[in-house]
Design a protein around this ligand. Structure first.
Ligand SMILES: Nc1nc2c(ncn2[C@@H]2O[C@H](COP(=O)(O)OP(=O)(O)OP(=O)(O)O)[C@@H](O)[C@H]2O)c(=O)[nH]1
Length: 602
């Protein structure tokens, strides 16, 4: 039997980073008896090691809590964990779409911050009922009244009955559960006998069961044994299992309207189970798909190569396994003159790239070289044909090119007044076009059009540093625009380093070329000989630096010292070597590749 929709509440927690979302989720699970203290890992919902370390949530997870309220009824509360970063914006919006309400958690000492706004607006956009919760009320610096006023001023929602809690001490947790039951709406009572219509909220790979799909039933009933169709993917599968997470996995026979749970159906890879897709019954399909299905497409590409060419097979294995679990990650084999065999990989954004790179290195134990991230350029050839270029190394002969266009985005940035100047300068420096500048309280809202190319390298980092972390940023792709773009090559000791070549706007080529040569001069260790470092467009050198030759023996400073120290130094050098790549007779450390691409605007 599926649960009566009036006894179901589906909700998310939205918050700025570090305001206590995970701590509150853990408390709710603990309070409703989902896990004993001992069973409870430090943070149950953020279950990937990397997520925990970086304090970000990548894959949405859900948990069903059973709560007997003061009205005597037992409710099924589905808490959906949402990822919190702009690279994963589409997944956030899909997981919010599966809810009727959200708890807006605000740190009572810090108040409303950038991500509070971005996340709460995302929730308001899909018409969720919002319950404000002031957390960390135990802190001496907590100012609940001031923060309530701020929520009303800045966000524009009523905060008079905001719940004051401490997720740390457990104070107010019961009030939160009561508010979920009494203040959030129940899901609409869809017809359990109607043709099945369910939203695919999330999917991940389980080594034993294959792909697990998290689904929200809109209408009809999902049953074990049923044959279902993924309408967007145009594929059908037999359902092997249906159930819920409490957070332990519990099998059920069926899930009805309003319920959130999982299905497994021997789906081989998450690529076949895209977030946002509509699931229906094969033999009695629903007549319309849920709106807004748009599989996330990679927008940033880069090459991944093993530091040691002998590790290529390990890398292939790791990349294949990762792709099983991440539909937004794409790859194809690539060969490079300097780097040998590797993969050209596609990502949702820079954070996604970094997360994947770290997972490959850490979980799969392969040392990697990452080439310059690049966006997708559309090239019109003089013979009328068109190509999508993912890699600057594939740039055709310029005489055969008619025009090149690059992707542009529309970015929305919220920033406190005092940092506005720095943010404006940053956007301007990145070829931004200002569309709007408005104020909400002491915050400015900026809308800019920007070339994605200028954003992929280090825009988030720069934005964070110029705004002390207070700016929030969100973007959407608008179109490809024709621009005056050229390929800039980097030559180290007269040898082109293909991994460092990039497409730049002609107006910025000199500046970028100079900056790149200066950076590389700092990043490449000295050798026994002089090394010229040059940036060039076609055959024309636009910038040049010279790395002078090393004069002293590294061990020289250990003269008279003990032999152990000397050996340690040599060992350290040897270990360092593993991370280097040989170009002609020059060694370039791996860090140089990413670091060289970070631009300093000031
Ligand atoms: N004093 C106090 N500290 C709290 C409270 N709730 C959470 N914290 C602390 O605040 C920090 C951030 O809490 P998290 O629950 O990890 O925050 P989060 O919003 O989930 O952060 P992300 O997972 O990074 O988005 C942790 O060090 C918690 O121990 C509280 O009520 N009082």
């Amino acid at each position: 039997m599926s649960t009566d929709p009036s006894l179901i509440r589906n909700f998310s927690i939205v918050a700025h980073i570090d305001h206590g979302k995970s701590t509150l989720a853990d408390r709710l699970i603990q309070h409703t008896g989902g896990l004993t203290n001992r069973e409870m890992k430090e943070q149950v919902l953020d279950n990937m090691e990397l997520e925990r370390e970086r304090g970000i949530t990548i894959k949405a997870q859900t948990v069903r809590l059973s709560y007997t309220a003061k009205d005597g009824q037992t409710y099924a509360l589905n808490l959906i964990d949402t990822p919190g970063h702009v690279d994963f914006a589409y997944e956030v919006s899909r997981s919010l779409y599966a809810c009727e309400g959200a708890l807006l958690v605000v740190d009572a000492a810090q108040g409303v911050e950038a991500q509070t706004l971005a996340n709460v607006y995302a929730a308001i956009d899909v018409d969720l009922e919002i319950v404000p919760v002031l957390n960390k009320i135990d802190l001496p610096a907590a100012e609940p009244d001031r923060v309530k006023a701020q929520i009303e001023d800045v966000i524009g929602i009523d905060a008079s009955d905001a719940i004051e809690i401490s997720a740390k001490t457990g104070l107010g947790i019961e009030d939160v559960l009561e508010a979920v039951v009494t203040r959030l709406p129940a899901p609409k009572a869809g017809d359990p006998t109607a043709p099945l219509k369910a939203l695919l909220v999330d999917s991940w790979y389980d080594p034993y069961l294959g792909v697990i799909c998290l689904v929200r039933i809109i209408e009809g009933t999902l049953k074990k044994g049923m044959r279902v169709r993924l309408m967007g993917a145009e594929a059908s599968y037999g359902v092997d299992g249906v159930g819920v997470f409490t957070p332990a996995k519990e099998n059920r026979d069926a899930l009805g309207p309003g319920e959130i749970g999982f299905l497994n159906a021997s789906i081989k890879q998450v690529r076949d189970a895209r977030v946002g897709d509509t699931i229906t019954e094969e033999k009695r399909p629903t007549d319309s798909m849920l709106p807004g299905f748009e599989p996330a497409v990679p927008v940033v590409f880069c090459g991944l190569f093993p530091v040691d060419a002998a590790d290529f097979e390990d890398l292939r294995d790791a990349v294949e396994r990762l792709a099983l679990n991440d539909a937004s990650f794409s790859y194809e084999m690539e060969t490079s003159a300097a780097l040998g065999f590797g993969f050209r990989c596609g990502f949702l954004g820079l954070l996604h790239l970094e997360v994947i790179r770290e997972r490959l290195e850490r979980e799969y134990n392969v040392d990697l070289i990452t080439t310059a991230p690049s966006v997708v350029y559309k090239i019109k050839m003089t013979d009328g044909s068109e190509i999508d270029m993912h890699n600057p190394a594939d740039m055709p002969d310029p005489v055969k090119i008619d025009s090149i266009s690059e992707p542009w985005i529309k970015a929305t940035i919220l920033v406190p007044d005092e940092y506005l100047g720095g943010v404006l300068k940053l956007c301007q420096d990145r070829r931004g076009i200002q569309l709007e500048l408005t104020y909400a309280g002491s915050r400015a809202m900026l809308v800019y059009e920007l070339p994605l190319n200028e954003v992929v390298f280090d825009f988030y980092d720069r934005l964070k540093s110029v705004s002390k972390g207070y700016a929030s940023f969100d973007y959407q792709f608008i179109e490809h625009r024709e621009e005056d773009l050229v390929k800039m090559s980097i030559l180290v000791n007269e040898e082109p380093v293909d991994a460092l070549s990039m497409i730049v706007h002609r107006s910025r080529a000199d500046m970028r070329g100079r900056a790149m040569c200066e950076k590389l001069k700092e990043l490449i260790p000295r050798h026994m000989f002089k090394i010229p470092i040059q940036a060039a467009i076609g055959g024309r050198v636009i910038a040049r630096e010279t790395l002078s030759a090393m004069r002293k023996d590294v061990t020289a400073k250990c003269y008279g010292g003990d032999a152990t120290r000397k050996r340690k130094l040599l060992d350290k050098q040897k270990a360092g070597k593993k991370k280097m790549r040989q170009y002609g007779n020059v060694e370039i450390p791996q860090e140089a590749f990413i670091a060289a691409l970070k631009m300093d605007d000031d």
